[in-house]
Write a new protein. Structure first.
Length: 171
């Protein structure tokens, strides 16, 4: 009987210490980007994610998600079609851009997440800084398009892109 009690306590402790999975509120997602070299801004959609987050137990927290490349929108239909083409994102071959966290740490009043971004089959580590308040994640990151093999920016140092996320969740 004592062994069953110890097993129950161990299982309960493990379950209680796990980060809770949060459900993304579909109309509560905004993902915006800016490509500095081209002075182009836009948005991307089709966001899907698995978010397990517990601010008191960051080692058990993880965030992974994707967006659909076909949803890119810069407000210029011709440019959007060109960006989706094989000249840039090759949306028919690479329908999603994905991210998977590897670590989340607290830093002052924010969180710093490191993980792997997969863009056009190329995977690179990026850092995302975010806050979490009132069931809303607000995040930003920077990376270079040239690091992901985009031919138009291969030899350019100014291929910096800024991405801003706002994601509302519910428990």
């Amino acid at each position: 009987m004592k062994n069953y009690f110890i097993a129950f306590v161990l299982v309960f402790t493990c379950l209680a210490s796990s980060a809770q999975e949060l459900k993304v509120v579909s109309d509560g997602v905004t993902i915006r980007f800016k490509v500095y070299s081209e002075d182009v801004e836009g948005s991307i959609g089709g966001f899907e994610a698995t978010i397990k987050f517990d601010a008191t137990n960051l080692s058990e927290s993880s965030i992974s998600g994707s967006v659909k490349t076909e949803t890119i929108d810069t407000g210029n239909k011709t440019r959007d079609e060109h960006i989706r083409s094989s000249d840039y994102l090759h949306a028919s071959k690479y329908p999603k851009i994905t991210f998977s966290s590897r670590s989340i740490e607290e830093s002052e009043d924010k969180y710093v997440m490191k993980g792997l971004l997969n863009l056009m089959g190329v995977e690179k580590e990026i850092t995302i800084t975010f806050s979490y308040e009132d069931k809303v994640f607000v995040a930003k990151s920077y990376f270079y398009l040239a690091d992901f093999g985009l031919d138009a920016w291969k030899k350019r140092d100014d291929s910096k892109i800024k991405v801003y996320w706002k994601i509302k969740v519910e428990e």
